[in-house]
Ligand binder design. Sequence first.
Ligand SMILES: [Zn+2]
Ligand SMILES: [Zn+2]
Length: 255
Amino acid sequence: MGFDLEKIKKEYRLRYDHHTHTIYSRVGPYFHGKGRIIDNVRAAAKRGLESLAITDHGPSDFYGLDPRKTPQMRREIAAALLSFPKLKVYLGVEADIVDTPNGLDVPPEDFAKYDFVNAGYHYVPKCHMLHNFVAFRMPWPKKLKEKLRLRNTERIIKALRNNDINILTHPGDKAYIDEHAVAKACEETGTLVEINARHKHPDVRDLKIYKKYDINFVISSDAHRPKHVGRYAESLALALEAGIDPARIVNIEKR
Ligand SMILES: [Zn+2]
Ligand SMILES: [Zn+2]
């Protein structure tokens, strides 16, 4: 990578991080997200962010949040803000793109529980989980891969068209997709395409496709630990390498 991360940090700042996880992403005694809400809030304030979103995994994920706990999550956010009154904190969710009537594991009637809904592809039931898991890691017959790519793409487009989705998280990670078709759907629905600091996709090749469409981008840390909240320099370097104008990244600002 030809970009100096320290130089990037000096030149640009991240205004907000709207994709972070906490211990509400858990299964039984196993915590998928390692920090509490207050820990992410404190980290965001320390990094000088204007706002933060707590977006734990959708309920069909093995370590998905329990939607009945959203009132408790809101209480924790309110309590955390007493110490950091300048920060704005949203409660969102990272819904899974699955085979349900609206295409997400967050049904329309649950949208009101959150300030916004992000959505992404994960290995969960009702998403060709096994096929995607294998095809993404091992040699797989080309014909089958193409079929899977088509199905994954259809699912994403359906979810985008049927729901008001804020951010499409890490498109192309965990499952093959047709980036052109997904980009067109994001353009049509005004959905932000995420440049994710944690996952391998979208990579520079993918971003060169997305930039051809009339879409905007957002950088997220996808932090699963408080220390990663607000990470952005690596993602911005990818965007610059792909030739994306930083003005198209909605949460990046020149210092
Ligand atoms: Zn994700
Ligand atoms: Zn995530």
